[in-house]
Design a protein around this ligand. Structure first.
Ligand SMILES: [Zn+2]
Length: 329
């Protein structure tokens, strides 16, 4: 896929096509950003543009022999290194040497999850980066640059991929994936600008069911329907969910929508929450903010600590319901 086929990253697109068309592209590029942001897609588009025989204004033609070879996954001047198990090992970097001897003016080596290189592999790569063979380009991709050698980072031109705008994600889902506008709007709100998350949710068959269950639980907590005993049962059922984190994110969005509905009723809402709070309960805003913080804090504890999952969820459900039904304000 060429740059034109990719969504977002307007600045990156301009920079890369500008350098390609002027012949000023660095021999080592580092693309960083969270999982799902599109590093591999951009790395492949850049590879295609470097290897294209009829590159115009930095864009691959998609028609030449090189573009066709790359698209078929069979380009002799393209080399991909990915973790073998948990790490990229020195043997993988060393295997590049045979690749150097191949013919062709330009060659590209794409390194995925570069931060998983062992120290030996990093040192071996550094030696190549210090005296790069003519025509060899490296494109490294990493989520966490803190795990990379500073000496490798300093030899790369570093570009950080940015989250897509709401319109860019909507366009991706509606026009390229033929999704209905309603569902696309919903996923746009949840994916936080990360196209990979939006596409994964689009293919998640359980999503609609999870959405409805989160809606029902959030609503029941607002009304305070449940006894403590029933809340503990619900916490136990939550703790068993494989999709607990996305579920809690949906729960959070419900209360965020409560807040928006209370503060300004004109925004289009995902969950369209029906909240008794709007009619006269004092200080609903601070309570909703507190509940949103509580859920985020629970998500953080679940992901960053070894705290007991069930206890965290029991505490969260009881506190949410108390915030809405019994809290003195
Ligand atoms: Zn081409």
């Amino acid at each position: 896929m060429s740059f034109k086929g990719l969504s977002g990253q307007k600045e990156l697109r301009q920079l890369l096509t500008g350098m390609l068309s002027q012949g000023k592209l660095s021999h080592a590029i580092m693309l960083t950003g969270p999982s799902g942001i599109g590093k591999f897609s951009w790395g492949k588009a850049l590879t295609l543009a470097i290897l294209c025989l009829n590159n115009r204004n930095g864009e691959a033609c998609l028609e030449c022999a090189s573009c066709r070879q790359f698209s078929s996954g069979n380009h002799p001047e393209f080399f991909l290194i990915e973790p073998d198990g948990r790490n990229i090992k020195i043997e993988q970097v060393r295997s590049l040497r045979t690749y150097f001897s191949l013919r062709g003016d330009k060659k590209v080596c794409l390194i995925r999850h570069a931060e998983t290189m062992t120290a030996e592999a990093s040192s071996s790569l550094l030696k190549i980066l210090e005296e790069p063979p003519a025509g060899l380009y490296f494109i490294l991709m990493a989520e966490n640059t803190g795990l990379l050698f500073d000496t490798i980072l300093s030899r790369c031109q570093h570009y950080k991929l940015q989250p897509l705008t709401r319109d860019e994600i909507l366009n991706l889902l509606v026009n390229k994936k033929n999704m209905s506008a309603d569902k696309a709007f919903l996923l746009t709100r949840i994916c936080q600008g990360i196209p990979g998350h939006a596409l994964a949710l689009a293919e998640d068959e359980e999503f609609t069911k999870r959405f409805e269950e989160a809606n029902a639980l959030a609503s029941s907590l607002v009304y305070g329907y449940d006894s403590t005993y029933h809340l503990l049962l619900k916490a136990s059922s939550l703790a068993d969910r494989d999709d607990l984190l996305p579920f809690l994110n949906l729960l959070c969005i419900y209360y965020r929508d409560c807040l928006v509905k209370y503060l300004c009723c004109n925004e289009e809402l995902l969950m369209n929450p029906k909240i008794p709070l709007v009619q006269g309960v004092p200080e609903p805003v601070s309570r909703m903010v507190e509940v949103i913080r509580l859920i985020n804090s629970t998500i953080n504890d679940l992901t960053a600590t070894n705290a007991n999952r069930l206890l965290l969820l029991e505490k969260m459900l009881i506190m949410i319901q108390r915030r809405f039904t019994k809290c003195p304000g």
